[in-house]
Design a protein around this ligand. Sequence first.
Ligand SMILES: [Fe+2]
Length: 361
Amino acid sequence: MSPQNFSLDQLQAEDSHDFVTTYTPKGDASLATLQGILEHNREFFTAKIAERGVLLFRGFNSGSHQDFHSLVEHGMGMEPWNAFNMKKMPGFITSWLRQYSEKLVGGGDYRRYLDKDTVRLGPVEAAIQGPHTEGAIRSERSRYIALCCFEPAPYRAETGMADLHEAYKALPEALQAKYDRAWNRFYYRSARPLNWFDRLMLSFSPFDVIKRPDGRADLALPPCPSVCTVPETGNVCVQPWAFARNTNPQAHKAAQEVFTDRGELKPDSTAANMSLTWELCDESGTAVEWSEEEQQLLFATIYRKALLMEWQKGDIAFVDNVRIGHWRMNGEQGERKLVQIQATNFNAEPYHPSRLEQVST
Ligand SMILES: [Fe+2]
C-alpha cells in the first residue's frame, strides 16, 4: 500500500479576514487526514500563524477532545504548555487546585480541565470579558492557543479577537511611548487570613507573599511587559490581561461604548469577584500613573479592532497569543462547548522594547 499523500492541495485556503486564513477540506474531511496534512507541512503552518495571526480549520468532522489534543501535539508538533499546570498534573488535580486558588483570591472563571492540557472554557454571561492574551499576568506564557468548538452557543457568545499591533498603532503617540517603557504589575489580595496549608501551597507558586496586619496577604507577581514585540516581525503589541477588579469598570465602559448593539451589558463577574489589582510600573518597579481614562481608551481601542468569531461545530483555530488578543462576548450559553489548549512556552520579557534596545546597543 502506498503511503497516504498529505499535501496542501487537499485544502482550500482563503484569507477570510485581515488576520485570519480559513482552510476547508476539498475532499476528505476526516481529522486523521487533517492531522497528516498538518504534520507534513508544520513549517508552513507555523510560519503562516506568524504571518497571519489566526488559522481557522473549518468543515472537518468533529471528534473528541483527545483528537483535538492529538492535532495540536502530533499534527502541529506543538508542546502543550499551560501556565496554571506547569507541573503537568492530571486534569482533576488541576481543576481542584484552580478551585482552591479561586476561593483564596475570591473568584474565578470556572474553566475546567478535561486533562492536564485541555481546558473547557467558562460559561457565557451577559457580560463582555476584558481583552487579554492568555497568561499575560506573567512574562512566561504560551506563544499559541488552539481552540476547538465542540458545540456553538445558540445565540451570539462569539470570541472577540483583535490584532494587538493594530491596536497599539491606533493609540495616541504619547500613550504608545508610555506603554513602550511600562511593565504590568499584578497582585492579588487573599480573601481570608492565610493558614498553614495556604502558605505551603503558595511556597510552590510564583507569588511573593506580603503579609498584611489583618492577617490576609498580598500575593504579588513580578512585573511583566506592557507591550511585547512579535519575534518574527518585530511588531509591537499591547499585552493586556483585563481581569483585575480595578480595571473592570473601565473595561465595562469601553464595551458599552464600542458594542452598542449587544443589549444590556453587565460587568465581567470574574474580574469583579477576584481581588486582583493591575498597575503599571517602570523598569525599577516604581509605580507609573495610569488614569482610568487611559485604561478605558486602551480597552476601547482594542474592542474597536474586533473580529467577532462566530464558531461553527468542529472549528479548530490556531492563534498567535502574542499578536492576537481575545475575549468572550455576551450571549446565550446553551450547550456551548469551547475547548482550549495553550502551547509552546514563551517568555515575553526579552521582547519588551526596552530589553531589545539593550540587546542592540
Ligand atoms: Fe482567554
